[in-house]
Design a protein around this ligand. Sequence first.
Ligand code: PHE
Length: 343
Amino acid sequence: MNDRLAGIKQEILNGIDQHAGSRAAAFELRKQFLDSKTGKIGQLMKEMKSIAPEERAGFGKNINELKEWAQQRFSELDEKLKARELERRYESEKIDVTMPAQKAETGNLHPITQMRNQLIDVFAGMGFEIYEGTEIENDYYNFTALNTPKDHPARDMQDTFYLSPEFLLRTQTSAGQIHVMESKKPPIKILAPGKVFRSDDDATHSPMFFQMEGLVVDKKITLCDLKGMLDVFVRKIYGEDTTTRLRPSYFPFTEPSVEVDVSCFECGGKGCKLCKGTGWIELLGAGIVNKKVLENCGIDSEEYSGLAFGIGIDRTAMFKYGINNIKLLFESDLRVLRQINDN
Ligand code: PHE
């Protein structure tokens, strides 16, 4: 009998040596010997009956010793395997602190979007509401209602992309003025930002660019209101010391019309490369809404008057961020776009 115990002991030692490479395998091996029902050591217990009574006590003791011994071996083995698994895990998860860090890229808004948001902020602060029109317009809204009839020379200023004899890509956000005045009674105070299109292409012109139209219609609106609002706008965007200058100009839909210059924020008005030595930078077109335009929209021009302005968003951004070619804004070159983060 003791030979069988010795045999089982040897089997366990061999098993541990040969098979138990993982904790799962070791567990299976342990079951073969120590499982209370099917384990080989448990089976021995069942044989007690067939053993002579005087030998039983000694036999039982030996079995118990074997059982304890086996339990000891398997728990040692389990400890060893556990330590090895942990070591392997540490090895595979080891961090090399000298490796260059992976940069988490953060994006920023496009300069035009940044500029657009800043402009909206400034004018929203003065009580303007946003109106977004459509990029496809018909001839009436883009020209005729804006006092620019078919044969008017002003149409040449805005080389137009026609989609059909009737429909076109809007050349100016001023088209939005008409939609608003048709659908809303004064007082009106809206801001209409959006894309506009002209067949024009050089360093400062792109066939697609962005404008922001402003329109105020109320009783007793004058050029002073316009100048006051534009002064606030340029100070907020270009700095507190900036001022504006109005020069006479011509647009069919405003009378009088003005070209608005801003004092050069680069040199403070002394004259530099940016302002071409003049101390002033031409920024936008504006004026008092032509009575004919109000009448076209069914607004009584004796009772109400209006002011309108059209800011080039790209142009405003180019001056602010020192961009000398409008194409840089549309080429999606991250080296350029990353440098402009103003929000
Ligand atoms: N729509 C004009 C342009 O695109 C700008 C403008 C807007 C002028 C409103 C006067 C009033 O050039």
